[in-house]
Write a protein that binds this ligand. Structure first.
Ligand code: TXA
Ligand code: MG
Length: 352
């Protein structure tokens, strides 16, 4: 049985937080909202329950979890926050940014996958923070999605995925950003996973240059991954799904040259959706206007989930500039399409 508790996102009701926290304290699994995506969490010191999270998600066991904290003190108690970064981190947390640091506390192997480092994040979400405070322990939580599937960014999707499989689901508002937090390896000062906190913003906050890992950019393949989770297929729909690299007008031209295009759906900006629907009358999934890339990030996973419900032969998504949040968007698109670009099998169906 899963208890579903509706909680106000901006002013969480104390008694309801207490009810959800009770599950964490008693060795249960609770799905909760954060500003990035929904998370599926347990007491970070409870190896047995954390192991259950892996089962429920069908997650590879060598992929460690993020430990969520509610204060800088709690963070520094579980990991070693380098002194030189203390002031900046105190200033920028809570926010959608996760730091990989050396562990201080001994964690169950399920949480850190036996590594000597731990991923720590203080979520900027009243419900998540209140839940951690009331539970009295750091909460280990991966994103709320079965392995390989797009992450739940709202309670309904979390319920669809996990009702009956976890102890409690907090039903609150849709996640503000819609993509997972930025992950920084503090020792090497590298972005391992791009997210809402952009490299430009990190450089401004820390006053120094940050490297963006090639995997984070999607330039090299998974096996050389440093952040273990980056090596798995992710966020994928069941429908064959391709990235079109190039301008939308080139896609229109290419499709125009094909005799019989199998029924497809286009995913992209409002501007491109209008063009595609005019040109082909195809189904379109509108992620929002290009002038607000945060809106596009927010709608991305829901868009990918929607694709499967359209029952088309394939989906094609357009590319976005890899600047700011665009880096996170393209990282997720490359994974969701498994690095498959618009295929020759379709291109070769040319008009004679
Ligand atoms: O926004 C988020 O970060 C969400 C919400 C729920 O907070 N959580 C999330 O967790 O995205 P998850 O498990 O889906 O992604 C965690 C990533 C994985 O790629 C994992 O490999 C990496 O963090 N990670 C965890 N511990 C690590 C470590 N010690 N060194 C390198 N990467 C690590
Ligand atoms: Mg995940």
């Amino acid at each position: 049985m899963t208890e579903i508790i509706k909680i106000n996102a901006t002013a969480p009701e104390k008694s309801k937080i207490a009810a959800a926290a009770k599950y964490i304290k008693n060795g249960g699994i609770v799905i909760f909202p954060t500003e990035t995506v929904y998370g599926i969490g347990a007491n970070a010191f409870d190896g047995n329950t954390c192991a259950k999270i892996f089962k429920v998600k069908d997650r590879p066991v060598d992929n460690p979890l993020i430990v969520h904290v509610s204060s800088f003190e709690m963070a520094n108690d579980v990991g070693v926050i380098p002194k030189e970064y203390t002031d900046v981190i105190k200033k920028i947390w809570p926010s959608p940014i996760t730091f990989i640091v050396k562990t201080r506390k001994k964690f169950p192997k399920e949480v850190t996958a036996g590594l000597e480092t731990v991923a720590i994040r203080m979520p900027a979400h009243p419900v998540a923070l209140a839940l951690i405070i009331k539970s009295g322990v750091p909460i280990a939580a991966p994103s709320a999605n079965p392995s390989k599937k797009p992450t739940a960014t709202n309670a309904n999707q979390a319920i669809k995925y996990f009702d009956g499989k976890v102890d409690c689901i907090i039903d609150s508002e849709r996640s503000f950003f819609g993509v997972e937090s930025t992950i920084i390896d503090l020792e090497r000062f590298v972005v391992l996973r791009p997210g809402p906190f952009t490299p430009e913003e990190i450089e401004r906050a820390f006053g120094k240059k940050i490297k963006v890992d090639k995997i984070a950019k999607g330039e090299i393949n998974a096996e050389q991954a440093i952040s273990p989770g980056t090596k798995y297929r992710h966020y994928s729909p069941e429908t064959p799904f391709y990235l079109f690299e190039g301008q939308i007008d080139s896609l229109i031209e290419e499709l125009d040259n094909i005799e019989q295009v199998p029924e497809f759906a286009f995913i992209g900006s409002s501007e491109s959706c209008t063009k595609m629907s005019k040109a082909f009358g195809c189904s379109t999934i509108d992620l929002g206007g290009r002038s607000n890339m945060y809106e596009i990030a927010k709608n991305l996973y829901d868009g990918i989930i929607l694709l499967d419900s359209l029952k088309v032969k394939f989906g094609v998504i357009e590319e976005f500039d890899e600047e700011g949040i665009g880096l996170a968007i393209m990282n997720r698109i490359r994974k969701a399409t498994s690095h498959k670009t618009f295929p020759n099998e379709i291109r070769n169906l040319k008009k004679v």
